[in-house]
Design a protein. Structure first.
Length: 208
């Protein structure tokens, strides 16, 4: 497993506003979308290319195009939805599946309540998205769901991760690469990332 920290200045700049408690839901949503789009450049860096012949206004030439790789974006509900549109702006042909999980406030364990995936999920390169990788339980459970459906090519993309969450994914899914904009200090006693950004779902949708 590899942990790839995408520390581009634009991403780090926008991440600061995302963390700020004074950033309202509208701006928070826009910047989560923008950071997800910027991260997608690095996440898709290894997409295979093929040579094609085209004609420019000047001459015929050979050029590169993505070689038809099937992609899927899998947000972990509900906060993962905030990252989908940014990635779709770059790869609009990708299919979008959904895995619904919530964290039990007592046990901090994930509980699955919904999943809807592309029928050919086993043929696709999947990008699982969730703004926060906190305890790691939801990420592990979502990847469990995908692997049970036959998926073998999966990447995990988070804005912020805790060391504990990374360790949890590595424990159960050592074949999964994790892409993050930042690895924070730790989890607190309530399972929130410190310093983190609070509850991403509540801040995205204005529900708290």
């Amino acid at each position: 497993m590899a942990v790839i920290v995408i520390d581009h200045p634009l991403i780090q700049h926008k991440l600061t506003y995302i963390r700020d408690k004074n950033t309202g839901s509208k701006d928070f949503r826009e910047m989560v979308k923008e950071v997800a789009m910027l991260m997608a450049y690095e996440v898709t860096r290894d997409l295979p290319l093929q040579d094609v012949e085209i004609e420019t206004p000047v001459a015929k030439t050979k050029a590169k195009m993505i070689s038809g790789k099937k992609l899927g974006i899998i947000p972990i509900l509900r906060a993962g939805i905030g990252m989908v549109d940014g990635i779709l702006q770059l790869i609009p042909a990708a299919k979008v599946g959904h895995v619904g999980l919530y964290r039990d406030p007592e046990t901090l364990k994930p509980v699955e309540y919904y999943s809807k995936l592309p029928a050919d999920v086993h043929e696709r390169e999947l990008i699982v998205v969730d703004p926060m990788l906190a305890t790691g339980g939801s990420a592990v459970a979502a990847i469990d769901v995908l692997k049970a459906k036959g998926a073998t090519n999966i990447k995990l993309v988070n804005l912020i991760a805790s060391p504990e969450g990374i360790a949890e994914v590595e424990k159960y899914h050592p074949d999964i690469n994790i892409y993050v904009a930042a690895v924070d200090e730790k989890l607190n006693e309530h399972g929130y990332i410190v310093p983190g950004l609070g509850d991403a779902g509540d801040r995205l949708f204005g529900t708290k």
